[in-house]
Design a protein around this ligand. Sequence first.
Ligand code: AMP
Ligand code: ZN
Ligand code: ZN
Length: 491
Amino acid sequence: MWALVLALVILCCGWCSGGLEVSPIGPQIVVISLDGFGQHYLASYPGHFLPTLYSRGAYPEKFSNQFTTKTFPNHFSVATGVYEDVHGVVGNTVYDAALNATLDIHNQSLFTQNPSLIPIWTLNELVGGHSGCIMWPGCGFPYRNKNVTFFEPFRHSADLRGEMYRVVEWLTNATTPANLVMVYHEQPDLIGHAYGPDSPQVLAELKKIDSALQYFFHELEIFGLRDIVDVIILSDHGMMSVKERDIVDLSALVDTSKFFFTGSSPLLNVWVKEGVNELDVYRPLEHQGVSNHYRILEAAESKAWHYENNPRISRITLLADDHYVFQDFYEFIDSFKEKKYKDLTDTHGEHGYPTTTTNMEPIFVAVGPSFHRGFKAPNFSNIDVYPLLCRMLSLPAGPHNGSFAAIAPVLAQPSTTRLLKPLIIALACMVLLVGVVGMVACALTRRSHKRTVSADSLINGYVYRKTMRKEKPLEDRSEEECLLEPEVEEV
Ligand code: AMP
Ligand code: ZN
Ligand code: ZN
């Protein structure tokens, strides 16, 4: 009997694990962010590999990002699923009055204004997963006192091919294989700033990226990960061309000693210095804006763009017109010259403009076993990526502004259906086991009854049998009577 039970349990477990069709550590997801890779680059894309990924993957009609369309704010929105004014990274640099400090990428406080948020990499670690980050903005700091399992800090001019190799190493780590890897690559953003989005230099960079992506998928194939690992390739924004003649120099227009600003072109947060009347700053800035290609952000715009409810957003915020920037851009140009960028012209690139502006749209394509192939989904946003990752990794999503329903169409099978099969199998196993255990328990009970039957009941049974046996049909006899039958015969 025990051998039969054991065989059934082994059979059941084997059946259950065989039916799941997932890697032994569950889903493995790689998110690759190509900084400044605008959707507009795809129209004249010089590579051949990324287009094949689109034909093999799922992508939205339109992928939207958050205002301001800058790097660190948007990367943190992807990681947390909330608007910029909810996570507080409202610019690449911010002024935090509560801390009385200007914060940049090197300050953890840039990312921790809202302590209720847990970035996706930490959430994954907290439930026992292993996250890896390659230069992803904000990932190098501990959240809830926890660091990611694998981390590579930012360094300029990192080679994407090398990073891709590192990702495969982490995915296949023998002791702590990563189930979530977030990769940040600073190109084609940097080259787009230096030479402008329509430059041959950008095309050359896109080719390099294309070949690195091809290499990555080749490695996945070699390591047998192609049908296991899900890959999401996205970006934070595109790039708009800017000419040097279109730099708005505020210092030539107003008294800049009355305020300081944080952020960078085309969006400046203006902070009025102590003792200065705010109107003395507001009026001249507003007046000059009329004829100098910038404006003060209106309340209705701030509200519509979820760029309002945060003390890190100044009451006076300046936004340059499309293709225009402020004087901070001079420093940018100088840095390219210092770094000896060759063949610079008077055309450069910038982003940070409203999400609906020309060239600000980022890219998104998802390829792997969980996603549809060659499928165009309705519009969704980069804050929807967080609930998608939570669902795919079975993480308990925190409060967020995204929508799983909006992004769910990219999934080949809704997660509920994918979970149904293992659930049904598990349920069937349990019913079977309960049945078998029940049978065994019943049999054991019968045997123990036999052994512990008392002298009294033997005598009673004997007397009873003697008197009733003949009158009572077999099927009407009690269990005790049946049990006693053979024993008494032997006595
Ligand atoms: P922006 O394009 O102005 O939004 O800023 C993004 C730029 O910041 C990229 O082109 C990178 O060169 C740079 N960057 C990205 N991550 C880091 C980091 N962790 N530390 C320093 N610089 C970074
Ligand atoms: Zn960026
Ligand atoms: Zn940039």
